[in-house]
Design a protein around this ligand. Structure first.
Ligand SMILES: C[S@@+](CC[C@H](N)C(=O)[O-])C[C@H]1O[C@@H](n2cnc3c(N)ncnc32)[C@H](O)[C@@H]1O
Length: 254
């Protein structure tokens, strides 16, 4: 989906900028796992990927720390805004593309690290699997994948928590999957342009799917909306997973 008029919308509430394509909001501050991606990216000579970059909250932070970043989003309007807003002194280390998971392609082993923050819950199970298989290939050996997803414990989706927990207990693969989100919205129907389904995920699912493609999970957990790791806050789930193999992406040329 492509939005034609590239204007960054005003915040919906403080710190949350609506996307142009009704795929949630970009947070103006970095969450716990995205912050770790930025720190890692700063130490790599290899290029890193920000997949689902929106207006570039993580891309800009990583560029400011000295990283070389490829920013990709399914919406050309988001990418156009990012390119227009980027300070001239950072432009030389930024490249961009418009592409959607799971179809988009990059060369194998192009990236030293990949961030995919708050994107995967817009995909169905098989699409998540294909996307992770691809991201595994795009990573250099020793490179890390940083995933963040919305969970059933946030937004209107909280209504499904009892059902999600029951399905999880029964061992369903995608226990948070919501077939018709309209039924959970105040309006009772899905606004034009919004997906009719959503696949809220949790830390166990993210870790399981990383294992499935051959990544070694280093860290997995829930965290709060404001990025806090307060133990009861479970609005988001994150994983950091590494691609096994020789070579340090920090020392590899880009
Ligand atoms: C909720 S925003 C998150 C933005 C940012 N990564 C963050 O953490 O704040 C989701 C972003 O992912 C993009 N997106 C959603 N589904 C995508 C897909 N299948 N492939 C690529 N980008 C996607 C949307 O266009 C939007 O910019």
């Amino acid at each position: 989906m492509t939005s034609k008029s590239p204007q960054r919308p005003a915040p919906f509430i403080k710190g949350l900028i609506p996307t142009l394509n009704h795929r949630g909001f970009m947070s103006e501050s970095l969450d716990l796992f995205s912050r770790q991606f930025v720190s890692e990216a700063a130490n790599l000579s290899a290029e890193v990927l920000d997949m689902g970059c929106a207006y570039g909250v993580a891309t800009i932070a990583a560029l400011q720390e000295g990283a070389c970043v490829h920013a990709c989003d399914m919406d050309a309007g988001h990418v156009n805004i990012l390119v227009r807003e980027i300070p001239p002194n950072l432009r030389g280390r930024l490249s961009t593309s418009v592409g959607a998971l799971p179809d988009t392609e990059f060369p194998d082993e192009r990236f030293g690290a990949i961030l995919c923050a708050r994107v995967l819950h817009f995909l169905r199970g098989q699409e998540i699997r294909t996307s992770l298989e691809k991201m595994y290939r795009w990573l250099r050996p020793g490179g890390k994948l940083y995933l963040v997803a919305d969970t059933p414990y946030t937004g209107f989706w909280q209504a499904i928590v009892p059902e999600y927990e029951r399905k999880k207990e029964l061992g369903e693969e995608w226990p948070g999957f919501i077939d018709d989100i309209g039924a959970l919205l105040e309006s009772g129907s899905v606004p034009h342009g919004m997906l009719s389904y959503l696949n809220p995920l949790d830390a166990d699912i993210l870790a399981r799917e990383c294992h499935r493609v051959g990544l070694a999970v280093e860290e997995a957990g829930f965290f709060g909306r404001d990025g806090s790791d307060e133990t009861r806050a479970r609005h988001h789930a994150g994983v950091i997973a590494v691609k096994p193999g020789h070579g340090s992406p920090a020392s590899a040329g880009s």
